[in-house]
Design a protein around this ligand. Structure first.
Ligand SMILES: Nc1ncnc2c1ncn2[C@@H]1O[C@H](COP(=O)(O)OP(=O)(O)O)[C@@H](O)[C@H]1O
Ligand SMILES: [Mg+2]
Length: 366
């Protein structure tokens, strides 16, 4: 465990029930100070509840919240070093940008001149220099989002909580704002905890991603770790474009496990795992790591293949999806850079082989 000074947030066995509904179920984890941490997961999984528990807007049913080493489990929001950017936190429509941004400081009874200075500085930081007198209706959605951000940042909390802050923006604007949020966080160096259900947003912005589903912490890691080496089947399914094939362990040779898929045997490497013969497992391979072959290659151990039937291609511009069906009726997606296969070389109904480098598949026991 890291020392309290390096840890912004530590939650211990944190749980929240709403009557019969368990919104959050025994979550424990910590967030290093100064990091950009994303809570990612499907809708209804408990992300907002976890963020509100950290901010003090919700009381835990069980467990503790420590911020910078201090137990704040019973402290109200204004006694915590946090500020929150809500999911749908509209600006005050009748107030100018500068009054919106300075509102919290005015409540704190800060002197007018100081408020003006702080507001100007924040507007500069979020790229809205000179927008002081604009009214909210004179701003684009992206600009309103920046004003909201400035309004939270100006309070100078050590931990900023953001609940789906980019959800109302279109895809292009969301990407730009992602990069900008990250830049702002790096510049001011405080801890950001950002909730989203959008995996691309999470990948773009996060130092670390915690995957939350069904009220639990499923898995945690850097964007690269959760994308390239997902441990849990759920993570593989949720992140990237993974093909998941069920099977059963039939044998083992060192770190190499033989898996019976019901219609073919493949080998999967899982370093440092002890998985008994007979265990039900899942194999995942990302679509961009799959190859389509006309016929089975001579098995040399470095490549695994499965028989399949070609279904169709879906041209998407940069990439093309090739859909194939396995003998167990599961559909597999092969994604290739368009042009790599020089037009449609496969016909619907044609027998093909789908293959991957042995090292590129992951094995999941849960
Ligand atoms: N105030 C509440 N009263 C009752 N149930 C709630 C309340 N807030 C959230 N829930 C339930 O708790 C679960 C988790 O919700 P939430 O934390 O909002 O998930 P997420 O933010 O991941 O979409 C859901 O089943 C939701 O319906
Ligand atoms: Mg939510």
């Amino acid at each position: 465990m890291t020392s309290p000074n390096e840890t912004a947030v530590e939650v211990v066995d944190l749980a929240k029930d709403y009557g019969p509904i368990t919104a959050l179920d025994s979550v424990s984890f910590s967030i290093p100070r100064g990091s950009y941490h994303v809570l990612l997961g499907p809708s209804g999984g408990g992300k907002t509840t976890l963020l509100r528990l950290i901010g003090g807007f919700v009381r835990p049913t069980r467990g503790r919240v420590l911020l910078h080493g201090q137990d704040v489990s019973d402290a109200p929001p204004n006694k915590r070093p946090t500020s929150m950017v809500f999911q749908s936190y509209a600006l005050f429509p009748h107030m100018s940008v500068e009054r919106n941004v300075g509102y919290g400081l005015k409540l704190q009874k800060m002197a007018k001149e100081q408020i003006r200075e702080a507001v100007d500085q924040m507007l500069g930081l979020v790229g809205l220099e000179g927008y002081n007198r604009r009214m909210p209706h004179e701003l684009s959605g992206g600009q309103q989002q920046r004003v909201q951000l400035a309004r939270s940042l100006v309070l100078e909390s050590d931990i900023l909580l953001l609940d789906e802050p980019l959800a109302s923006l279109d895809a292009k604007l969301r990407k730009d704002m992602c990069i900008e949020l990250k830049r702002i966080q790096e510049k001011i160096g405080i801890t950001f905890i950002h909730v989203t259900h959008n995996q691309e947003e999470a990948m773009t912005i996060a130092d670390r991603i915690a995957i939350i589903a069904d009220g639990r912490l499923v898995e945690e890691g850097s964007p690269r770790e959760v994308y390239e080496r997902p441990v849990r089947r759920f993570t593989a399914d949720f992140i990237g474009e993974n093909n998941i094939i069920d099977g059963r362990v039939t044998g083992r040779n060192g770190d190499r496990f033989s898996i019976d898929t019901g219609f073919a045997e493949v080998d999967v490497v899982a370093v440092g795992h002890d998985i008994p013969t007979g265990t039900e497992v899942a194999i995942s391979v990302r679509s961009e790591l799959l190859q389509l072959l006309r016929e089975s290659r001579a098995a040399d151990g470095r490549v695994q293949t499965l028989p399949a039937t070609y279904v169709e291609e879906v041209y998407l511009g940069l990439t093309t999806l090739h859909l194939v069906r396995l003998p167990n009726e599961i559909e597999i997606t092969v994604r290739q850079i368009s042009g790599d296969m020089a037009g449609s070389v496969f016909q619907p109904g044609q027998a093909v082989q789908v293959g991957w480098k042995t090292a590129e598949a992951r094995l999941h026991t849960e």
